[in-house]
Write a new protein. Structure first.
Length: 1072
């Protein structure tokens, strides 16, 4: 039985608490805990995924009375995955019973239990248990639900192994000792076994997916030095029986708090901590790595990332709170180009967060560390932009009750919530103060859970399964409702025995049904006629069939990797065959019903390294360094396009490049600010591949304290679009001030009003939070966020929907009312889940037929004034279609034919063939006057660009690419080449086209990528047009020099009104 005499740790992030994440680490503003998680390996599993992470929490000290001590749960602060956390307790009281005459005995009462999850968050449990020492007391146990709303259930015993159950019903043995490490409600489990000092982890595929091997004394492959100890983490290598090694290198560092707090003795000692995480070798003797540094207290104070980013941390004094948490935390992040520091300054009940751009956030907290107020200030640190006020239930658990948002001091929205004791959301009421100052309810969502109506699910703690979800408006009108049935395995659902599953509990056969698997999903269309979907499972919880509302049944087989991954699944036209790498759980081969196969490969770290398509095309990805990724994409057997992604210090995209045959790479540079935002994007330019020079012309974005745009300046350096905000209104003014508009969103982000600012006739005051005259458009939405009305200048358009969000009617001034019917209609028949009938304002009825995959198979016109003149349409899918006596190529699962009229007397007929990739390759067409079928064709380059097009009676034309994939030559089957060369600028805009005659067209552009000149060369004479532009993108002038007709030589200027519309054109005397 685990026990401890110290308080629970103050790391991680409690349910409903808030944290601020920078570019690299996350800081809990309430506790000052800085946390970091580095993913090492992840693999999907059958029911239970597997992951290895390296996690750090900085709050490694606690007050153990009158002294600081190291936290038992955290140790050095690091958790090396795979890990499930730990169970411990804060208090153990020893009691003596009996008397000296008859003898005494002792027993212990243990309380203050808590579970620390893998992220470092502590979840407390109330209650106690008695542990016998010498009194002969019977075994005692404790079952309790976490008091923080996390939904964990603790099972602790004085004799036996402690475990926790999450609210999904999965059982975890964090301290070990169980038959498995974690097991889900279908009996799938992950297990671990000790082999000497080595720990081997086996996942649901039955394979060893991680070997954790500690070593005493080791040599670091990065610096060649010896270190006291290492831990090798070996994980499967794709396509091999070998394992890739991640090496965690440890060193011993001093850990002295040196706080000097009155009445609290400092801690002094040493601690073994990771100083390097060395990634698998990527070339002989070369490694990428993380490096870690520590302060005087043995806390993490620097992280160097493989791509070169460096994060440093500094911590304030421990005396302010006396519980081992710091008074402040400063996080400095440098990507090698920009650097910024975010400082968290804590006081009693609040934390002030200062960001690198000058913005500030002040968060206030209640006694449990839950946020009660969040104030966001602009980059001046003074102007309040937004405030969130939160309240909670009295608890325990303490759960969110209300959250009210104010923008610029104006209340805009409110969300009222309720939760059950497991932390499940049970109701959510959204109030739109922005749109209705009286506080109108926009939406009410209620969620009922399976365990609330069936107590059998309480004992296994399967308490997070919703069985009814309802969305209503403020007047209790229902807009959506879904009911979910669980574990009813009677037909048409089912529960079948699996055949090859490993790491699957023997007691979870088909006779065990308390699993929490959804077997029927019923989505109400309205108050009647729900659409029902049924699911059948094998005894591992794999879904093996899905029966759709229209009766179509999709089947999936699991023959890969101990039934962990699908081996085939039904799709239109047959079955898709799938092959997986069992070591890493990645798809390696996919074969469609027509036999077209795609293969996928991965590198030693299970990152995608290549694709081979059915036509022989594909790509190869190389991870050249932590800052360079190159991709080679096949264009043809002899041409390959090469792209480079150059990364910044935290893995962000810094340069995107494509190699071009004229030399170097066409490049776009992205510049990130010290807040981790892209603030500058270059105009494309040419520079060296993989070692680019910086760009010279940029589009520049500036943000406010809420990360909203304040301005965007185009690459010309002078044209700026400005953004301003008041409450829920945004004004956007184009360069030069016009056109400008004011957009107002309701409290939940839906666009509500748009005022096009204008002084044109008919304008009125828009009456918005930002004042202005113009033309107002207003939008109305349903509680589901669906547009229901658009009102503009006395005209309106309206839309109605069913409970599934499908449009049932549309009313517009131009067309009147059009009605849509789904699922079933008396005139058109049934096709559950699909549109079956459309009736326009004139009374024309259109019927739609569908196959079981929901594809349209027929469109008919049974009645209405235009019915007699409108022939029926038929759509045929698959290889059975014959057009002009020919079976359509590669049509399996695809549209093969579309015709009008009856099958025996087709009026028009079209046939469609495809290549192995599913791209159109042949097109047959017959019309009443065509005299037969016209046949067109297309072929494609391996990168998907058009290669050759053929038309009846015309020469075929081939579009020849260069090694960048751009068309540079057009050849014809009949004669000389129509186009002998095409040139491009780095933005891939055409700069010159040369024709077979030797004539050419040329084009020039400015930094904003707008055309500034065109030249049309004809027999040595040039027709020239020069264009200039306004900052808002409208044309300012066009000067034309025409050597063939002097009367067409003219200088034209253009004006626009304040809505951006053309209002004047003056070409001088030529127009007089």
């Amino acid at each position: 039985m685990a026990g401890a005499q110290q308080p629970a740790p103050l790391g991680g992030l409690a349910p409903f608490a808030l944290a601020v994440r920078g570019r690299s680490v996350r800081v809990s503003a309430a506790s000052g805990n800085a946390s970091l998680s580095i993913p090492i390996f992840a693999k999907p599993g059958r029911g239970v995924p597997f992951a290895v992470n390296l996690t750090y929490n900085s709050n490694v000290f606690v007050n153990v009375g009158a002294a600081f001590g190291r936290n038992y749960a955290y140790g050095s602060g690091w958790t090396v995955g795979p890990a499930l956390g730990s169970i411990s307790n804060t208090t153990t009281q020893i009691y003596t019973r009996g008397n000296p005459q008859s003898g005494t005995c002792q027993y212990a009462v243990m309380s203050g239990f808590y579970y620390v999850d893998p992220s470092g968050t502590s979840h407390p449990f109330s209650g106690s248990l008695t542990h016998d020492i010498s009194c002969g007391l019977p075994p005692s146990s404790l079952t309790a639900t976490a008091s923080d709303g996390s939904g964990y259930e603790l099972h602790a015993a004085s004799a036996g192994t402690d475990y926790v159950v999450n609210r999904s019903g999965s059982i975890l043995y964090p301290n070990g000792g169980g038959a498995f490490a974690i097991e889900d409600t279908n009996g799938n489990y992950i297990s671990s076994a000790r082999n000497g000092s080595e720990t081997d982890w086996t996942d649901t595929t039955g394979s060893i997916v991680a070997k954790v091997i500690p070593e005493s004394g080791c040599t670091n492959p990065v610096d060649g030095l010896s270190y006291p100890n290492c831990t090798a983490i070996e994980v499967p290598e794709p396509g091999s029986s070998s394992y890739a090694t991640y090496l965690l290198v440890y060193n011993n560092v001093a850990a002295n708090t040196e706080a000097g707090c009155t009445g609290i003795a400092d801690y002094s000692g040493t601690v073994s901590v990771p100083v390097f995480l060395v990634l698998p070798e990527y070339t002989s003797g070369s490694h990428w790595y993380y490096q870690f540094g520590y302060d005087f207290a043995g806390r993490l104070n620097s992280i160097t990332f493989p791509a070169g980013g460096v994060t440093t941390l500094s911590y304030g004094n421990l005396c302010a709170f006396g519980n081992g948490t710091p008074a402040s935390v400063a996080v400095t992040e440098s990507d090698g180009g920009t650097q910024g520091t975010t400082t968290y300054t804590r006081s009693s009940g609040s934390t002030s967060i200062a960001y690198p751009d000058g913005a500030k956030t002040v968060e206030t907290y209640d006694a449990d560390g839950l946020p009660t107020g969040i104030q966001n200030y602009d980059t001046d640190g003074v102007t309040l932009l937004r405030e969130v006020v939160r309240t909670y239930t009295s608890g325990p658990p303490e759960l969110p009750a209300t959250a009210v948002i104010y923008q610029n001091g104006v209340r805009v929205s409110e969300r009222d919530t309720s939760f059950d004791t497991y932390g499940n959301l049970t109701s959510e009421t959204d109030i739109d103060w922005a749109r209705d100052g009286s506080g109108a309810t926009k939406r009410v969502t209620t969620i009922h859970y399976l365990y609330q109506g069936n107590s059998n699910y309480v004992a296994p703690n399967i308490v997070d399964r919703p069985d009814q979800i309802t969305v209503q408006d403020g007047a209790s009108n229902i807009y959506a409702e879904t009911a979910i049935t669980y574990d009813n395995y009677a037909a048409p659902s089912g529960l079948s025995a699996s055949s090859g599953a490993l790491n699957h509990g023997s007691s979870f056969g088909t006779g065990y049904t308390l699993r929490g698997n959804p077997t029927e999903i019923s989505r109400d269309v309205s108050s009647v006629n729900p659409l029902n979907t049924y699911l059948a499972y094998d005894d591992t919880g794999n879904v093996i069939t899905v029966k759709a509302p229209d009766g179509n049944q999709e089947a999936t087989s699991y023959g890969n990797c101990a039934d962990a991954y699908p081996s085939s699944t039904t799709v239109p036209g047959g079955s898709e065959i799938l092959v997986y790498d069992c070591g890493v759980g990645r798809l390696t081969q996919q074969t469609d019903p027509a036999g077209a196969q795609t293969r996928f490969s991965y590198d030693a770290e299970a990152r995608p390294s290549g694709t081979v398509n059915a036509d022989g095309g594909g790509d190869a990805i190389s991870y050249v360094s932590p800052t360079e990724v190159s991709t080679a994409t096949k264009i043809s057997a002899s041409l390959t396009a090469t792209d480079y992604r150059m990364l910044g210090g935290y893995g962000e995209l810094a340069y995107g490049q494509r190699a071009v045959p004229t030399g170097g790479c066409d490049t776009v540079e992205y510049v990130w600010d010290n807040m981790g935002r892209t603030t500058k994007t270059s105009t494309p330019y040419n520079t060296a591949c993989a070692s680019p020079a910086a760009g010279t012309a940029f589009t520049v974005a500036v943000f406010d304290g809420l990360n909203r745009l304040k301005s965007v300046t185009q690459a010309d350096g002078t044209s700026t679009t400005n953004y301003s905000y008041t409450a829920s209104a945004t004004k956007i003014a184009a360069p030069g001030g016009t056109p400008a508009r004011i957009l107002v969103r309701d409290g939940w982000g839906d666009l509500w009003q748009v005022c096009e600012l204008s002084a044109q006739n008919g304008n009125t005051a828009c009456g918005l939070a930002i004042s202005g005259n113009g033309f107002l458009t207003q939008y109305t939405y349903s509680p589901l966020g669906l547009l229901t009305n658009v009102s503009q200048h006395g005209e309106s358009r309206s839309f109605a929907y069913d409970w599934l969000g499908r449009m049932t009617s549309e009313t517009a001034p131009e067309t009147g009312t059009t009605a849509f019917t789904f699922d079933s209609s008396g005139a058109c028949g049934s096709a559950a889940g699909s549109l079956v009938e459309r009736v326009d304002n004139a009374g024309n009825v259109t019927c739609y037929g569908h196959d079981l995959w929901g594809r349209t198979t027929a469109i008919t016109y049974p009645s209405g004034p235009n019915a007699a003149a409108t022939p029926a349409k038929t759509f045929v899918y698959g290889v059975g279609a014959v057009v002009d006596g020919v079976h359509m190529t590669n049509a399996t699962g695809r549209l093969a034919e579309a015709y009008t009229g009856p099958a025996g007397a087709k009026i028009t007929d079209e046939g469609f063939g495809y290549d192995a990739m599913g791209r159109p390759s042949e097109f047959y067409e017959s019309t009443p006057h065509s005299g037969g079928y016209y046949v067109s064709g297309a072929s494609w380059w391996l990168n998907g660009a058009a290669e050759t097009l053929t038309e009846p009676g015309e020469p075929s034309v081939t579009y020849n690419p260069d090694s960048a994939g751009r068309t540079t030559l057009m050849t014809a089957s009949c004669c000389e080449d129509p186009v002998t060369s095409v040139s491009y600028n780095p933005a891939w805009q055409v700069t010159k086209v040369t024709f077979a005659s030797g004539d050419y067209d040329s084009y020039s552009y400015n930094n904003d990528q707008r055309m500034t000149q065109y030249t049309l060369d004809i027999n040595g004479s040039n027709d020239i047009g020069k264009l200039s532009w306004n900052g808002n993108g409208t044309l300012a002038s066009l000067d034309i020099t025409d050597p063939f007709s002097t009367g067409d030589t003219q200088n034209c200027s253009y004006t626009q009104d304040d809505l951006g519309r053309l209002s004047g054109a003056n070409c001088g005397s030529e127009w007089s």
